[in-house]
Design a protein. Structure first.
Length: 154
């Protein structure tokens, strides 16, 4: 875990590899719950019987947006900023779902600090490249760059 005193300390950590979070199982319950919340009931996600006959490996696949939404849990405890008033999600750049997450797969995320910019008032713009890996697979499930605004305690 990278520990810094205040947000501006991240200015010296561009290209810093924050490491991996823990592996998390993507089971059918998680997929079904996401379908219920999102309203996306496309059969490739929720119809386990049809998937047996019509999907590669006979398995349903997770929604790409479920993988994206799991980013907070997948990141784990990789960064601590001791003097942080608040952090706000500012956006996500270049989201790509490069390989499907099949039911029963375990995924984890690697995070690398891509960019850090100091703005007015000491607010820090933090861009982190997020790569969601699938256990025992060569291709990642997702690659995206998350952007946060970090407000120091003043």
């Amino acid at each position: 875990m990278l520990v810094v005193s205040e947000p501006k300390d991240l200015l010296s950590h561009i290209n810093y590899d924050l490491g991996h979070g823990d592996w998390i199982l993507v089971d059918q319950r998680k997929i079904d719950e996401f379908a219920s919340i999102s309203g996306d009931y496309q059969w490739i996600h929720v119809d386990t019987e049809r998937a047996v006959n019509e999907m590669p490996d006979g398995k349903t696949i997770a929604h790409g947006l479920l993988t994206l939404c799991m980013s907070a849990a997948l990141a784990g405890n990789i960064l601590k900023i001791e003097q942080l008033k608040q952090s706000i999600n500012y956006g996500i750049d270049k989201v790509r779902f490069t390989s499907p997450v099949k039911v029963g797969n375990r995924i984890r995320m690697n995070s690398v600090i891509e960019d850090v910019i100091e703005r007015d008032g000491g607010v820090i713009y933090l861009k982190i490249k997020r790569t969601v890996e699938i256990e025992n697979e060569d291709r990642p499930a997702m690659i995206a760059s998350t952007i946060s605004l970090l407000y120091p305690i003043n």
